[in-house]
Ligand binder design. Sequence first.
Ligand code: ZN
Length: 306
Amino acid sequence: MKKAVYYGIRDVRVEEVAEPEAGSGEIKVKIRYCGICGSDLHEYLHGPFPESPFGHEVCGEVVAVGQDVKGFAVGDHVATFVRDGYAEYLVAPQDRALKLPEDLPWERAAVLEPLAGAIYALERGNVKPTDTIFIAGAGPVGLLILLAVKVLGARTVYMTDLSKKRREMAERLGATATFDPAAVKMPPTIRELTGGRGIDVAVEAVGIEATLKDCLASTRHGGTVIVQGIFTDRALIHMLGFVTREITMIGANSANPVRSLEWMLTKGIRPEAIVTSTVSLDRIVEGGFEMLANHKDEEIKILVEP
Ligand SMILES: [Zn+2]
């Protein structure tokens, strides 16, 4: 079968490899889509990620089940939460897979895992429907946070992004107002918009110092900053403001797939709205990673189709 193998920075090659076989307690999945995650792009551009989750946003159909597998059968639609999804097939332990309804569109299933990350982050930050929200970054992470807080019932969601197209997408998906952080200073803007109070919850969804600072400085006394962006460099932050305003800062990098599916089925959330392209596995480098690296204006979430 074909598989995209990671060799190093800007060196991913599509190769012919042996098909994996399902061992005891494992299922074998014919992959329908694998979404390109920000962490994969980070790994492609900057080097290996801790416990590399390269190619983990997978949905597909079960084609074989190993011994002692319960609750999965050949033909089931599933999402899996293991790496090596840039391939035609993968195997996953049964407890790293979630069975999906057959009528769930594949494009939606493909975004189940990143949405699960957004939901997890909001749960971890104990975000309430009455909270005012500021999201720094309208990439895949920020936009999924936006969709999730809207479903949660948030009325006021401000967002920033350098890209006009991404800001427009955020507004289409329900952001109250969006700003270009190169043109507008966010902390005073947020203070003005909130009657001097500051925002209840800020979400850092980029992974750079400037957006982390915007989040910390825009948050009210006793508010929360959720950090979900993938940082390459260290960040120098103003600790005095953090301490005196008694801010809670939380890192979030896990996912709640069960809740993600539940929200798709009961709350009408449509995370596939962030998918901008689908590319064949053969073109994963030029049509996937390089597109995301060089055309942030056009591309947000790309799905790879084996
Ligand atoms: Zn991901």
